[in-house]
Design a protein around this ligand. Structure first.
Ligand code: HEC
Ligand code: HEC
Ligand code: HEC
Ligand code: HEC
Ligand code: HEC
Ligand code: HEC
Ligand code: HEC
Ligand code: HEC
Length: 501
């Protein structure tokens, strides 16, 4: 793509100023478009008809003085280059409750996914209905109780909702209320009823796909103690190679097919969104994952898509509706089993790897999830449920220490282990992961259980839920002598006789 140099905004705008847009553009477009000869999705419209509203020129002329930085970004963007102007995106009609009159035009500050969909239907439809577009619907969650009640609403607004999305409220003057905007959370609930925010990933006003392909884009939200995907990625070989060879990543490429347009390393977008290994690109980040690693106990999920654009997960083992049947007030158009979702991801890997690496990776990953589920999560969840039933703890969450211990085990440490194993971050799998889960199970959860239930009842609960699991025998019966002897010998071989004190 041709980037205009600073001060050359008029060239981007030239076609409109001359009023001979189509003639000039007809000569220019093929040259610019032919960057890659890719099969990337194109907006269906044409300049001068579907965009390039001549009244938009005034916005540019004036905003060039008032917000020069914003204009410069727009000018350098594909939109600026192709003549998509301010009014094309900010235009509103009287029906929009977020519209107001501004220098003679009816506009709105908020530009929703529906507004983008005027020209980018494919991306809109793929994202709509996905977990991303629903990220703002967190009211009925434990996290939300923790945020709103235990913490406080101000922290939810400037914290949670900046990642998840707020419900944007509009004031009398048609402008968004400062308590709910700025906000570019992934599942923002917009005044026109649409869900999500495209600028969560495509920073404005450049709206660059190259920028969206970088891991840092996802790392704004996929970060921290409870979902450290960016940290996991950065410590993986993939992340290391990406940073070392970012100059070879060809991020501006049009179709950006893994293994063809670049080969140095995959980014988050490569595996979850972009084209590669026969897979076409998608704005539905859920399509290629088989587990959900978020809840207390992980399950494998099948995906059901509906005619009305919505979709939902169905856990493995639960009845799956058939294509064509009715579900949730609409009709089923596609069913992706967890195996098919997994295969999509594995296809992407095949752009750079063979089966031995790919299947080996999934084997090791699945086993960590099983270990976490079976040895730790299920027995603790069963004990917690018995405590609640017997009235030893109250029904309300977060008012007892034992609930915080369990919360951190599954929501922080257990997720870290699962996320580390899914994306090759060994330190997160073990030291920040299963190590913490184990330590806090044996030396926080169990001691707290003895306080809450009394030693006798605690023993009964442990005998019922923990003892039958082989992995806990070391705790109840001590380590077996053969294991200890092997360790002593290993130590002595490395560090000399008598080294294991
Ligand atoms: C004559 C100058 C001028 C023109 C023409 C103009 N603007 Fe503005 N615009 C401003 C100034 C100055 C501000 C900041 C002060 C304000 O809110 O009025 C602004 C603010 C805005 C805002 C933010 C409003 C808010 O409350 O946050 C948007 C969005 C906007 N303009 C878009 C446009 C669009 C789209 C057009 C073309 C239809 C346009 N402007 C035309 C000068 C102009
Ligand atoms: C491709 C669509 C698109 C185009 C073209 C576009 N904008 Fe925007 N603009 C947005 C989006 C998206 C936002 C963020 C609003 C939101 O959160 O929904 C925004 C926000 C704004 C804001 C308020 C945010 C701020 O940083 O102050 C102003 C002012 C604004 N745009 C002016 C302009 C002007 C002037 C132009 C033309 C030079 C322009 N926009 C072109 C999509 C666009
Ligand atoms: C009026 C039509 C129109 C609207 C509305 C519109 N776009 Fe675009 N968009 C285009 C055109 C035209 C291109 C250039 C496509 C090309 O030639 O490759 C483009 C390109 C893009 C690209 C590719 C940029 C790159 O670096 O290659 C992204 C990303 C994008 N738009 C996002 C958005 C988002 C997000 C919104 C809403 C905030 C939006 N667009 C609104 C017409 C539009
Ligand atoms: C730094 C950004 C960020 C902040 C701050 C944040 N979250 Fe999240 N949240 C995420 C991401 C990213 C995920 C998805 C993690 C994954 O898939 O592993 C998530 C997952 C969740 C989920 C699980 C959704 C599901 O489908 O299972 C809930 C509920 C939730 N967050 C609520 C909250 C609440 C409430 C707060 C504040 C008290 C909060 N989050 C703070 C980014 C954030
Ligand atoms: C989760 C981050 C994310 C969100 C949210 C997002 N995008 Fe994208 N977008 C990307 C990535 C990554 C790419 C590059 C995909 C590729 O490599 O094929 C991209 C590419 C694009 C392109 C260029 C397509 C092409 O093939 O040239 C358009 C247009 C676009 N996005 C529009 C949108 C619109 C409209 C929305 C909102 C409905 C949106 N995006 C929301 C990450 C995002
Ligand atoms: C090499 C490919 C690859 C890369 C690079 C990658 N991922 Fe993943 N990701 C995976 C795989 C594989 C899974 C597990 C899939 C499954 O469940 O079958 C996964 C799972 C996830 C999940 C689901 C977690 C949950 O709680 O259920 C999220 C969110 C995620 N990745 C985000 C990211 C982000 C953000 C990045 C970049 C910082 C990234 N991924 C980089 C392959 C990748
Ligand atoms: C603005 C915050 C934000 C950004 C940026 C973001 N995500 Fe997410 N992502 C979330 C939240 C929040 C969720 C959980 C939504 C829910 O289930 O309610 C999520 C969920 C996911 C999931 C799980 C989907 C599923 O079906 O379970 C994947 C995979 C994912 N994101 C990948 C990505 C990738 C890749 C990028 C960058 C290209 C990215 N995300 C950028 C906030 C974000
Ligand atoms: C764009 C190419 C590319 C894609 C796509 C890709 N990888 Fe990789 N991967 C690499 C490179 C390059 C290395 C580094 C090889 C090395 O130095 O050992 C690597 C390393 C690995 C390693 C570590 C191997 C080792 O010897 O330590 C594993 C495991 C791995 N990838 C699994 C996957 C999986 C699973 C997927 C798909 C979900 C995937 N990769 C997708 C390029 C890719």
């Amino acid at each position: 793509m041709k980037i205009l140099k600073h001060g050359c905004w008029k060239r981007a705008f030239l076609p409109i100023s001359l009023g001979t847009a189509l003639v000039v553009l007809a000569g220019v477009v093929p040259v610019i478009l032919d960057v890659d000869n890719g099969e990337a999705a194109r907006p269906a419209g044409v300049y001068g008809k579907d965009w390039g509203d001549p009244k938009g020129e005034e916005c540019v002329l004036c905003h060039r003085k008032h917000t020069p930085g914003l204009n410069e970004e727009w000018n350098k963007s594909m939109h600026g280059q192709r003549g998509v102007n301010c009014l094309d995106c900010h235009k509103a009609d009287g029906k929009d409750k977020d519209s107001f009159r501004h220098k003679g035009q009816l506009i709105s500050v908020i530009v929703t996914p529906k507004d983008c969909a005027r020209c980018h239907t494919k991306e809109f439809e793929e994202m709509d209905g996905s977990h991303h577009s629903k990220g703002g619907q967190i009211l009925a969650s434990l996290d939300n109780l923790l945020g709103e009640v235990v913490g406080g609403p101000a922290a939810v607004n400037a914290g949670c909702k900046q990642c998840h999305g707020s419900v944007i409220e509009i004031g009398e003057n048609g402008k968004p209320l400062p308590t709910t905007w700025p906000n570019t959370g992934i599942g923002r609930i917009n005044p026109d009823g649409s869900l999500g925010s495209c600028t969560a990933c495509h920073g404005r006003h450049r709206f660059s796909k190259a920028q969206a392909r970088t891991p840092d884009t996802c790392g704004k939200c996929h970060v921290g103690p409870d979902h450290p995907q960016i940290e996991v990625y950065n410590e993986s070989k993939h992340g290391i190679l990406y940073h070392a060879k970012v100059g070879e990543m060809n991020l501006e490429s049009d179709k950006w097919e893994a293994g063809v347009d670049y080969s140095a390393a995959p980014t988050c977008a490569t595996c979850h969104m972009s084209a590669g290994g026969g897979e076409t690109s998608t704005h539905n980040v859920g399509e290629r994952i088989s587990w959900t690693l978020r809840p207390p106990i992980s399950v494998k999920n099948n995906l059901v898509k509906l005619k009305n654009g919505d979709e939902f997960d169905v856990p493995e083992g639960k009845p799956l509706p058939k294509v064509g049947s009715k579900a949730k007030g609409s009709k089923v158009t596609e069913v992706l089993t967890w195996k098919e979702r997994r295969l999509k991801m594995q296809n992407v890997c095949t752009a750079c790897h063979t089966d031995s690496v790919i299947l080996g990776h999934y084997n090791q990953f699945d086993k960590v999830v099983d270990l976490y589920n079976e040895k730790f999560a299920k027995p603790i969840a069963a004990v917690m449920s018995d405590l609640k039933k017997s009235g030893k703890i109250t029904k309300s969450p977060f008012d007892e220490k034992i609930e915080w211990i369990w919360w951190e085990i599954w929501h922080h440490e257990g997720r870290r282990a699962r996320h580390g194993a899914s994306m090759n971050g060994p330190d997160y799998t073990w030291w920040h992961g299963i190590y913490e889960v184990a330590k806090h199970t044996y030396f926080e959860f169990i001691p707290e259980l003895e306080k809450v239930a009394g030693k006798k009842d605690a023993k009964e609960l442990l005998d019922k839920h923990f003892k039958p699991i082989a992995g806990h025998s070391w705790y109840f019966e001590g380590m077996n002598p053969a294991q200890l002897e092997a360790v002593r010998k290993g130590f002595e071989a490395r560090y000399g006789k008598g080294s294991l004190k």
